[in-house]
Ligand binder design. Structure first.
Ligand code: DC
Length: 232
């Protein structure tokens, strides 16, 4: 009984396009727990900087912006929606102008600190599956479950291409592959928010697995660590 009410964090980290989002969303839905897409938060800040014509090195302006913007994430009829100052930016944050800048924005220390604070605050008192790069290492180093996903760059670009097509976003495969490789380098080489597997994370190479196979492996792991029930 006590376990059923206990809150927990399931951290799902990994490179872009490893299937984190789909996996995290499916788990959240199946077990009626909260889903948080932390990448989307960095994307919203990036869009806000673009709107306000703020450069990457204008730290004072970025600090001011972070204090002023309203960033909201909701689920409307099963669809995740993202708002920047009450504007629905769910589609805009997936477009090229944001893709090209977001990795660099996410490595600005004031941005990172502000988003990590917000992520911790939003997770308070919840059963949550949180997807990102540094959730198991930095945001919630004591997360009850830590999953780390990897896959080849080509497979990840192919998946993102398909995802975009479904959403009506038209970006050529070659451009996506280039962007995936560029962001990998950026995500791994920075001094802050380094993409790195937590020592106690469970790593899965998803290149040759279907989404369902990955989900089954992950659910098995989750069940070893927390009391999770379908439709709980
Ligand atoms: O998962 P995504 O592609 O939407 O993430 C967008 C960018 O944000 C990506 O370049 C990595 C960065 N990010 C991060 O640094 N830390 C997180 N927790 C999530 C995303």
């Amino acid at each position: 009984m006590e376990n059923i009410c206990k809150n927990y964090v399931i951290a799902i980290d990994g490179e872009a396009g490893t299937g984190k989002s789909t996996l995290a969303k499916n788990i959240a839905k199946k077990y009626s727990i909260v889903y948080m897409d932390t990448g989307a938060m960095y994307r919203i800040v990036t869009l806000a900087m673009i709107y306000n014509k703020i450069n990457l090195d204008e730290i004072d302006k970025i600090e001011k912006l972070l204090k002023e913007i309203k960033l909201e994430m909701t689920n409307e009829n099963g669809e995740d929606k993202f708002y920047l100052n009450d504007e629905d930016v769910s589609k805009k944050i997936r477009e090229k102008q944001v893709n090209d800048l977001v990795s660099q924005v996410s490595h600005i220390p004031v941005v990172r600190n502000s988003m990590v604070d917000l992520q911790r605050k939003l997770a308070q008192g919840k059963k949550i599956v949180m997807e990102g790069r540094d959730i198991g290492t930095n945001v919630f180093p004591n997360a009850e479950v830590k999953i780390y996903l990897v896959a080849s760059a080509e497979e990840r670009a192919k998946r993102r291409f398909e995802q975009n097509k479904e959403k009506g976003i038209d970006i050529p495969y070659e451009e996506i592959l280039e962007n995936v490789k560029f962001r990998d380098n950026n995500d791994k080489s920075s001094s802050v928010g380094t993409l790195k597997k937590a020592e106690d994370a469970y790593e899965i190479d998803t290149t040759n697995y279907t989404l369902e196979e990955v989900e089954n492996l992950v659910v098995e792991k989750i069940k070893e660590r927390v009391d999770i029930n379908e439709n709980s």
